[in-house]
Design a protein around this ligand. Structure first.
Ligand SMILES: Nc1ncnc2c1ncn2[C@@H]1O[C@H](COP(=O)(O)OP(=O)(O)OP(=O)(O)O)[C@@H](O)[C@H]1O
Length: 236
């Protein structure tokens, strides 16, 4: 499985919230190094699908593999190993506001098995540099703008060199020009080899940076073709 060209593979998967089916017969593949969007109206199931991919929701039916880990028989104890190979970026930043940016990142390194203090500090510096924020380590998150906080979240997601980034409306709370900078950062990360699956409502972004688009609608997931993408009510 480790050598599989896919970082996400779902076959006839059912996505559920509690006892309610959100999506069914979901079959999709995201290749190593691919960039793909996930779209759909509010409540159509994008977040639920992403949560299933990082094992926050169980996979009750069908088959799924994410970065080599089979979701349908993933023991609780294996979930941290899956998460270590993933980067997860949410719309609401979910930083820890009682500690500095560097401490936020060190906290994650500690929680994922790093021990060597010097290497940890170096890694923090490396990821902050990567997102264009090399001098903010000592600042508190609330001292940063929304765009900068989102960059810190992306830095945090990069700490363990993920092969896949899952992003749930990462630009949902940001101004258009800040959104563009964040999008470019995702593209840079993708160009360096990390696959990205990004849920978004941002139609402009998809037009400006065209990639494969999966749409959640009517309890199903389908790839949207270019023709459909030109139609205005593409979320429909
Ligand atoms: N914790 C939960 N418990 C039960 N049902 C939920 C829960 N979270 C979401 N749902 C339901 O699951 C369905 C899909 O929600 P989901 O959040 O996946 O949609 P979404 O496409 O991500 O929406 P949005 O664009 O608003 O983020 C909705 O009907 C929602 O009400």
């Amino acid at each position: 499985m480790e050598n599989s060209p896919a970082v996400i593979e779902l076959r006839d998967a059912r996505i559920m919230q509690d006892f309610h089916t959100v999506l069914q017969n979901v079959s999709l593949t995201v290749a190593k190094g691919e960039f793909a969007y996930l779209v759909g109206r509010t409540g159509s199931g994008k977040t639920s699908l992403l949560k299933t991919l990082y094992a926050d929701l169980p996979l009750p039916e069908g088959m799924g593999t994410v970065v080599g880990y089979p979701l349908q028989k993933l023991a609780e104890a294996k979930v941290p190993y899956l998460r270590r190979k993933l980067g997860i970026v949410f719309q609401d930043f979910q930083l820890l506001y009682d500690r500095s940016v560097a401490q936020n990142l060190l906290f994650v390194l500690q929680a994922t098995g790093w021990h060597d203090r010097a290497k940890m500090k170096q890694r923090v510096q490396d990821v902050l540099m990567r997102v264009g924020l090399s001098s903010v380590g000592t600042k508190m998150p609330h001292q940063l703008s929304g765009g900068e906080q989102q960059r810190v979240v992306i830095a945090r997601a990069l700490l363990n060199e993920p092969v896949l980034l899952l992003a749930d409306e990462p630009t949902g709370n940001l101004d258009p020009d800040v959104t563009d900078g964040i999008m470019r950062l995702f593209l840079e990360i993708n160009n360096a080899g990390t696959a990205v699956l990004m849920a978004t409502h941002n139609y402009d972004l998809i037009h400006r940076y065209p990639k494969r688009v999966f749409r959640c609608a009517n309890g199903q997931v389908a790839v949207i073709n270019n023709e459909e993408l030109r139609i205005k009510n593409w979320e429909g």
